[in-house]
Design a protein. Structure first.
Length: 153
């Protein structure tokens, strides 16, 4: 189990008032609304399917193979929506395709950033900035738009 997954599960189960524990409040609301069970509500670690690498947003951009910005966000989610966690019984979940869980998590994001700690690589040296930061930023924007529409309906 990843340290992040372990931490999220522990914080979500703390016996604290909901107004003091944003994560626990969020998980509790999702469970009470019937939107998810505990295991799905605490899922926060997403990546590629086992054996795959990259968001491929960079290739789509460099080849001008996109018609609108939403296509870039869709590709990011499609490539990165595989959940890595453990279930409540301790069984490993590695690479379960879960775009709905990822989009739900993205719909609550308030800021995106990319931290690359390297003296060897500069912002103009690699395409990872628009592949990853650009991809996730567009995916967040799309998820927020969908959740806003859901609230209006």
């Amino acid at each position: 189990m990843s340290p992040l997954d372990k931490a999220v599960r522990k914080v979500a189960q703390l016996d604290e008032p909901l107004e003091m524990n944003y994560l626990r409040r969020n998980v509790s609301q999702r469970i009470e609304n019937g939107a998810a069970d505990f295991d799905d509500a605490v899922t926060r670690v997403f990546s590629n399917a086992p054996g795959n690498y990259g968001a491929n947003v960079n290739f789509m951009v460099m080849q001008s193979a996109w018609e609108n910005e939403a296509t870039l966000g869709d590709l990011f989610v499609t490539r990165k929506c595989f959940a890595y966690t453990r279930d409540s019984k301790g069984r490993t979940v590695e690479g379960r395709e879960a775009p709905e869980l990822m989009n739900d998590a993205l719909s609550r994001v308030e800021a995106t950033y990319q931290n690359i700690d390297s003296f060897e690589v500069g912002i103009t040296d690699v395409d990872h900035y628009f592949e990853y930061l650009g991809g996730i930023s567009k995916a967040v924007e799309m998820a927020l738009a969908v959740s806003t529409i859901d609230l209006l309906v």
